[in-house]
Design a protein around this ligand. Structure first.
Ligand code: GLA
Length: 386
């Protein structure tokens, strides 16, 4: 991949002299979905697949960006003095947004630069190809312009680019996992305090399989923003009676005692998911740390039911794929990421990987007419210079 990208860089930008090379992974979330923007816990890990970036400074004020994943878009060129969101820039709004947030935070980007990207994360599959490009851009800026910037600030500026430049009000999970990922570990992150601990995931006996529905997430951004608003409304109502800062401050008991304060049954269900999912995430990691992989898997399954029934962010294709997995002897299976399409995450005994893929794949084809893609994934490190 990297050789192809080098070749492309030469073809696009003339030579490969004085370049720097970077890698930012994709991520998958094991449990703790739609909790990050509610001050709750998440448990994601970085993947060994991701985005490569080759970059070099220029002598003028031009930013020139090329992605082998969007070759039809050709080179996108913008001026450092004139950065604004533009539909016509498509994928490049993500890196341009990161440059914009760095400038807003007074990082002095003194010249233009050029970058070629190449990623092997399926686009729009819920594995954070966009946050991967954001963090890749952050490290490009850090290294080209020798900024003394902490990882956590790169993470925050990347999230800010997505929130304020691209206009998706995502939480911090994706950028955090991609920034802080550690090989063979998942990260239990408290999204309220940003405290985190690494948990070893030693997948000797078990494999992690990502199954892609190949149903691309339609309407995700508007539905995502709608869920956020519903959670804000639930919190506002509960705060009238309760001394809480976030929905994740509630225990399940607190919630059950006060749930009727929320009149709208839909909003009530949304809040229920958040409160239960947050507690479930903490419990699941405790189980994993006690080597109770089956207990962990059961909570993954419960997480899926809650996302399907209470948070209503699943879809037919995800449900079919998860059900087909449940019919095999999977340890745990659930949708992962924002939902409305994208991928499921499955934990399967190593010896059963091939038959799992074959049987789940054919059940899925039969019921949806679609082919799923399966990836047996490894947990990799966070964003890095190569
Ligand atoms: C998307 C967002 C994350 C998180 C998940 C749902 O991936 O970018 O911040 O909210 O959805 O858990």
């Amino acid at each position: 991949m990297l050789e192809q990208l080098k070749q492309t860089f030469i073809e696009t930008f003339g030579s490969i002299n004085e370049v720097q090379i970077f890698f930012a992974p994709g991520r998958v979330n094991l449990i703790g979905e739609h909790t990050d923007y509610n001050g709750g816990h998440v448990f994601p890990c970085a993947l060994s697949i991701g985005t490569y970036a080759i970059a070099r400074k220029r002598n003028d004020r031009k930013i020139r960006l090329y992605s082998m994943n969007y070759a039809e878009a050709s080179v996108i060129e913008v001026d450092l003095n004139d950065l604004s969101f533009d539909d016509a820039h498509g994928w490049a709004n993500y890196p341009i947004g990161v440059v914009w947030t760095f400038l807003q935070s007074n990082y002095s980007i003194t010249t233009g630069f050029e970058v070629a990207f190449y990623g092997n994360i399926p686009n729009g599959a819920g594995l954070s190809s966009s946050a991967s490009i954001e963090l890749a851009t952050s490290i490009v800026l850090k290294e080209l312009f020798e900024f003394d910037i902490e990882k956590l600030d790169m993470i925050k500026l990347s999230q800010k680019a997505e929130n304020e430049f691209v206009g998706v009000t995502c939480g911090i999970m994706d950028q955090f996992a991609i920034g802080m990922g550690k090989k063979d570990h998942a990260i239990l992150l408290n999204c309220d305090t940003l405290e985190y601990v690494y948990s070893p995931i030693l997948l000797e006996e078990y494999a992690m399989i990502i199954a892609d529905t190949n149903k691309r997430r339609g309407l995700t951004d508007s539905k995502y923003n709608e869920r956020r608003k519903q959670c804000e409304e639930a919190l506002k109502t509960l705060k009238r009676e309760l001394d809480i800062e976030t929905l994740a401050d509630l225990t399940k008991d607190d919630f059950e005692k006060h749930r009727l304060l929320i009149e709208d049954p839909i909003i009530q269900k949304r809040a229920k998911h958040v409160v239960y999912e947050n507690r479930r995430t903490i419990e699941a990691v405790e189980k994993l740390n006690r080597n109770d992989i089956n207990g962990f898997g059961r909570l993954m399954n419960e997480s899926h039911r809650s996302l399907r029934d209470d948070y209503e962010v699943s879809c037919k294709e995800l449900d079919v794929l998860v059900k087909a997995a449940w019919n095999e002897d999977v340890i745990g299976s659930r949708m992962t990421g924002a939902g409305f399409g994208g991928c499921t995450i499955n934990i399967v005994a190593r010896g059963r990987v091939d038959s799992f893929i074959e049987r789940v794949g054919s059940a899925y084809r039969e019921l949806t007419g679609l082919d799923a893609d399966f990836y047996v994934v490894e947990i990799g490190d966070g964003v890095t210079t190569l």
